[in-house]
Design a protein around this ligand. Sequence first.
Ligand code: SF4
Ligand code: SF4
Length: 490
Amino acid sequence: MSENEKNAAQDGTSSNVLDKLSVETSNKNLENIGVELLPIHTEGTVHAKRIPGNFRKFKWLVASFWIILFVGPYLRWDGQQAILWDLANRQFHIFGLTILPQDIWILAMILLFFALLLAASTAIAGRLWCGYFCFHTVWTDVFTWIEEKFEGQPNKRQKLDKAPMSFEKIRIKAPKHLIWLLIGFATSFSFVAYFTDAIDLWARLFTFEWGSVETTTVLVLGFATYFFAGFLREQTCIGFCPYARIQGAMIDTQTVVPTYDQDRGEPRGRMKRPKPGEEAPQLGDCIDCNLCVAVCPTGVDIRRGQQFGCITCGLCIDACDSVMEKIKKPKGLIRYASLQEFTGKKLPAIWKRPRVIVYSFIMSFAAIMIVWGLLSMSPIDVKALHERSPLFMQMSDGSIKNKWTLKIVNKGAEIMHARVHVTGPEGMKVDVADNIQIQPGNVGTATLFVQIPRKQLTDTNTPIQIHVEDVNNPQINTTYDSVFIGPKVR
Ligand code: SF4
Ligand code: SF4
């Protein structure tokens, strides 16, 4: 039984009916059932055709995640911006939590986690990031959708591009460029609003009080968005993006990617009525309509095999499935499949693949570290720097004095009133400020003196504990272990 017959049998359709259809259906008949025969795009900007389908829906669904970029700066937590990179004070605020430079390793773990997630998802199903989630892909998708609203279907857009400059051409194109620019600047404004208070940024926009860094960043990023998503489009994926270059190292024969089923599709050919006396050609399921190429945002013809330009968006699957439906053949001529499947070998379960196991192991490690770091992160942190010169002072009554500089970090969202007390040998005297006031996310400094009678010192180094607590919230406290340094004991 041929592949076509097998598929037809699975589909519940008689192979005779399909054979009959392939012989008797002319190009005219194809048009009647809604199958367009399209030329292949060869030069200039790719104007991809949009058709409905499951992958199209999925793309929009995933793309909607990026709405967070625009609403994120306006979320509030305890009266403050919920997500804020305060570069001037070297603090990262996220929903009431302040991450200071000493906790930056948590951010490094988050980055490691997402880098490995990217590698694992690529190993499993190709360029999922590129096809569905990447900001460039999403913005380009939105930009071309707007273009279609103003300039029409791809053939009309191609004609308009080639037409000489005229008032009519400017009239048609101007609204699109205006909306592109607005989206570009909304994007760059939202980005900058994560680094400074968003409401304040708006207020200062209308009073012309933006600093040079803010102005430059918004302008450069805004025009870059306009240029990359509006003009460079697929060329960014093909020619600029470094990830496109390294993903080859993550894909193997077990990776499932949109693939054209050569055995089933070839020899391809348009369905034509045979002339009297002519034998009907034995064709595969591909009717060479080129719809899969016409919908491809990067202009790839997937029938030539996996290519560098393919961002694995699945839109060609939607296209081909719609054609198969119309000509009453089984869907899946183009489908997510691995090379291994096509060589007849069974694909092992995802969790049995060494590459996925290694990636998952590192991801789990990073995830555990992130959770542990966040759970163990104290709202207070103390460093006690012992005076180096002199290490100790001998007082007139014979007692020994040491000096420390205390650095108390307030990682909370409210002003801290810190109180210090020290535990150590009997007879110890402590001299430190009663109440150290520290602003949220700031470091407070205080000088601590400890004096101990000489007879209590049995060693050169005597352990002491410096306790610091927030007077208003005594449950916020920490202890720093230090040593009191004295003269040699004979
Ligand atoms: S070949 Fe298919 S999956 Fe690849 S980019 Fe084009 S439409 Fe998307
Ligand atoms: S693979 Fe499918 S969509 Fe592409 S040309 Fe063949 S029939 Fe048309």
